[in-house]
Design a protein around this ligand. Structure first.
Ligand code: C2E
Ligand code: CA
Ligand code: CA
Length: 542
């Protein structure tokens, strides 16, 4: 046998025959330690596993009662072992037992053999699909496939289910899990031994695909797509991103990231389900990476700055409140708008820290006004839905209003309307019970505005600026705006119109009964100091 370390025992004499054709450094010193000598070749993380395995062998040798002879007379384990060159790789250790009539072990042979990419992968897959190590294993195994096929071209194909969360919400998490298991089963049939696949995270899968030309890739994707989008009549859509591997010596993670970028580039585009990576997508990656590398420092260095946009009572043109809007002001003075970093922070969760910082800025300002004997007007802060995945937002808010001694009604909270009513409902109730004023942000831009209104806990509705722009232009649209305002007024919900840019819009809104507006027609978001000057002037004037 090639490439194998073979150890042989007879009865209780210990190891008496060794053949080492492997790349393992099974030296004299190790041989003298018997079975235990093998442990030092195993990488530290896998040693515990290996020791359990060796204990079983020792028990077998001792004829211990708790040794259960395997039906097929062998035991095996796969762990990472160091080779003589210092590198580690997966090795399979198989022990065959020879037994006498009484089932006692008389001899034992142990073969240790380096595993092929496919073996490693199958073992890993058999262990569990949710195993944390699976993606790392995939990368290793994929590198091995590339090494063994230097003349072939390969691509990484990633796919996920668009709006997977909605499947969980609409059909239950159990169905979501079933669907993902269905994917795994189908992929096992569809993919041959060179087409390794892995489940990267919840609903994201990646496949290593050999190909000759682009058409092969597209055909493969279409086959996968066709076979995977037919589960129990549930309707869902798969989104594929592809990145061709240019240099097989480079870390495959890089190509994986690029396939992910390609996949993400078609999110929200219902007409497209496959995208190949293009260089220009890298800019997005670098910006995101840049953001992530700098966000913690930026928070410490107070580079996030609260701007305020006044809310006006259109009838008497008085400032009646303000919305806190974040800006990232770089040390060189460049001001980055939230659209360039808020979505990334929502993705990576940092938004909760950044929001809490802005909330504190708002509380500080309210506290300052109180101490200076100025009139208090409410400041509304934005609360990303990411907060609802933690339990900390409520204690954080409460600690802030306590610290700065602010009546809760002056710290208003804007939350965007979405469809996952159930989740938000309980969180919104909690905020309400604590006594905060809640504003439903971006009303009219989402899915189920009317449903949300039906049993809403919100105190104030903010009409989205896109809604105004889309509707105020036509007669029919005007009617819709008019009736939406009438309806909310009828159920006693005050409204703020966002994005009022013209006098005509302001006049229409007032005519229909909406009197509070926030928009460029009145004022743009501004620094706290500019805002205070305006507010002071108004107070003096009154
Ligand atoms: P939003 O909460 O809907 O905020 C209103 C946005 O509309 C602001 O954009 C504001 O500048 C803009 N706007 C107001 N009036 C007009 C107008 O008349 N015309 C036009 N074209 N735009 C108008 P901004 O400041 O760029 O913020 C964008 C979004 O970023 C916000 O939308 C909000 O979703 C998010 N955001 C901003 N600050 C924060 C924050 O501190 N935390 C969180 N979680 N999100 C924030
Ligand atoms: Ca807002
Ligand atoms: Ca808004």
């Amino acid at each position: 046998m090639e490439d194998v370390l073979l150890l042989y025992w007879k009865e209780k004499e210990g190891i008496y025959q060794i053949i080492n054709r492997s790349r393992l450094d099974y030296n004299k010193e190790r041989q003298e330690q018997g079975l235990d000598g093998l442990v030092s070749m195993v990488v530290p993380e896998d040693r515990a596993t290996y020791e359990v395995f060796l204990t079983k062998l020792k028990n077998a040798l001792k004829g211990a009662e708790n040794f259960q002879p395997m039906e097929d007379y062998h035991l095996s384990v796969s762990v990472r072992m160091y080779k003589a060159d210092g590198r580690d790789s997966y090795h399979n250790t198989i022990c065959f037992f020879e037994k006498d009539d009484t089932d006692a072990v008389v001899s034992m042979s142990l073969t240790i053999c380096e595993m092929t990419a496919e073996e490693i992968y199958r073992v890993q897959l058999a262990q569990t699909v949710t195993n944390d190590r699976t993606p790392a294993m995939f990368i290793r195994a994929a590198h091995e496939v590339l090494r063994q096929n230097p003349d072939r071209k390969f691509a990484l194909v990633q796919f996920d289910v668009a709006k997977f969360k909605m499947i969980n919400e609409m059909h239950g998490e159990e169905v979501g899990d079933e669907l993902l298991n269905f994917f795994i089963e189908v992929l096992q049939v569809l993919c041959n031994k060179d087409q390794l696949f892995v489940r990267l995270t919840a609903d994201v899968f990646m496949i290593l695909l050999p190909y000759e030309n682009r058409r092969d890739i597209i055909d493969f994707v279409e086959t996968v797509n066709k076979n995977l989008t037919c589960y129990k009549g549930i309707s869902y859509r798969l989104v594929f991103g592809v990145c061709c591997i240019e240099d097989s010596n480079e870390n495959l993670r890089k190509y994986g990231d690029r396939a992910a970028l390609a996949r993400q580039s078609i999110k929200g585009n219902a007409l497209k389900h496959i995208a190949f990576f293009e260089e220009k997508m890298k800019d997005v990656l670098y910006t995101r990476k840049h953001l992530e590398d700098h966000m913690e420092d930026a928070l410490r260095n107070r580079e996030f700055v609260m701007y305020l946009q006044p809310k006006y009572n259109m009838v008497n043109e008085q400032i009646v409140g303000a919305e806190a809007l974040v800006r990232w002001v770089k040390p060189d003075g460049t001001v980055i708008p939230p659209i360039d970093f808020v979505p990334a922070f929502e993705n990576n969760g940092f938004i909760t820290k950044m929001d809490a910082f802005i909330w504190e800025e708002a509380c500080k300002l309210l506290c300052r006004w109180r101490e200076e004997g100025k009139k208090l007007i409410p400041i509304s802060v934005n609360m990303s839905r990411r907060h609802f995945q933690t339990i900390e937002y409520l204690p954080t808010l409460n600690a802030l209003v306590d610290k700065y001694q602010i009546p809760k009604k002056y710290l208003e909270i804007e939350i965007t309307e979405t469809i996952d009513e159930q989740e938000s409902h309980s969180n919104i109730m909690k905020l309400k019970e604590e006594g905060y004023t809640l504003l439903m942000d971006d009303f009219g831009s989402g899915y189920s505005s009317l449903n949300v209104l039906k049993d809403t806990q919100f105190d104030i509705i903010k009409i989205d600026r896109a809604f105004l722009q889309n509707f105020l232009g036509t007669d029919r649209g005007q009617k819709i705006v008019e009736n939406v305002i009438k309806m909310t007024t009828a159920i006693g919900l005050p409204m703020v119109a966002e994005g009022v840019e013209t006098k005509e819009q302001a006049d229409s809104l007032m005519k229909y009964g909406c009197n509070v507006a926030q928009g460029f027609y009145y004022a743009r978001p501004m620094t706290v100091e500019d805002f205070c000057i305006m507010k002071d002037a108004q107070e003096k004037g009154n």
